[in-house]
Ligand binder design. Sequence first.
Ligand code: B12
Ligand code: SF4
Ligand code: SF4
Length: 311
Amino acid sequence: MLKAYALEVLGFDLAGIAAATPLESTTRLREWVGHGFHAGMGYMAETLEVRGDPSRFLPGARSVVCVAMSYHDAPEEPELAPRGDRVVVARYARRSDYHKVIKRRLVRLGRFLRTLVPAVTWRIGVDEHPLLERDLAERAGLGWIGKNTCLINRRLGSELLLGELVTDLTLPPDPAEGDHCGSCTSCLDACPTRALPIPRLLDARRCISYLTIEHRSELGEDLHRPVGAHLFGCDICQAVCPWNVRARCRAADPLRPRPHLGALRLDTLDRLEIASWDSLVAGTPLRRLSFARFRRNLGIVADNLRQKDEA
Ligand code: B12
Ligand code: SF4
Ligand code: SF4
């Protein structure tokens, strides 16, 4: 009944239930942080022990309702190479900020649960909350974690945004889905910075998504060229994935794309003052990029596009 409400009334694309017991993958997370693969994301190290154990997120947690919303805009062509002076913004960021959208829906899901069981306790999680979201979603049967480390669903692909409702209620868990990557290595082969050295291991120090969104200081010279035309985020290891090429779905309101954010041009961006940058990105995930980091990224992209023209 809860899953049906999430899907049919609230409009989530996927919903499943996982037991709230500690995740085995916490060991992997410790190793990942131990090797420094988390780069400058200090919050990953600080919240390490909480992330893999939902009962530390919500004392007494028994179940996690995992949900996902698609932002797939098939049949758009995969944007591996930029055209002309086109600057690339990750597809998830070309629309309203999913954090707000998913949070609002999860709160409604929690309120609905309370009408069924008045004494229930719940807490919601989306992205910045210390939960291993993809591992929980995998356990809840929403898909599997691919070699590019993204959660992939057989029907919808991996262009999914995740959220959770953690509750002290015991709910019947869904079966987990098996791995469907097989012998494919397209994502590892396509990564321009070799940030995926082996399957399911992402080295954030080399990932364009980390470097353009989260990294605070200047980028190492050796990483400038591979950043290409990416102003914010990177979709390459998902664009080449056969499960996304095959996915046949469309992002629904309120996650429909804002077309102008998919067609940004270097010369237009270069003329932006801080106030016009703020209004361009208002209400989207691009808001996370301060004007100073926007200028830093744009400088790198401009050099790369210029060199491409000269070549
Ligand atoms: C930190 C972070 C990042 C970092 C690090 C990415 C990473 N792979 O961890 C950076 C900034 C690079 C990033 C990039 C992106 N992110 Co991000 N990010 C997160 C965040 C906040 C935490 C992820 C995390 O726990 N990482 C820790 C590492 C260790 O996890 P991991 O690499 O997946 O490894 C786990 C498993 O793969 C497994 N494992 C690892 N190795 C092995 C090996 C074997 C053999 C096995 C069996 C298992 C296994 O154990 C590990 C621990 O659980 C989550 C939100 C959340 N709270 O979970 C969003 C989240 C993962 N991001 C998301 C998105 C959309 C993106 C981008 C697509 C954005 C973009 N277009 O630029 C890219 C995708 C890059 C990629 N290939 O992952 C979505 C992913 C949705 C999905 N379908 O998977 C999330 C879930 C946010 C959300 N609420 O929707 N992100
Ligand atoms: S997001 Fe881009 S840079 Fe990061 S692992 Fe994927 S392809 Fe490589
Ligand atoms: S590109 Fe291939 S290996 Fe990579 S996640 Fe997709 S199916 Fe798995």
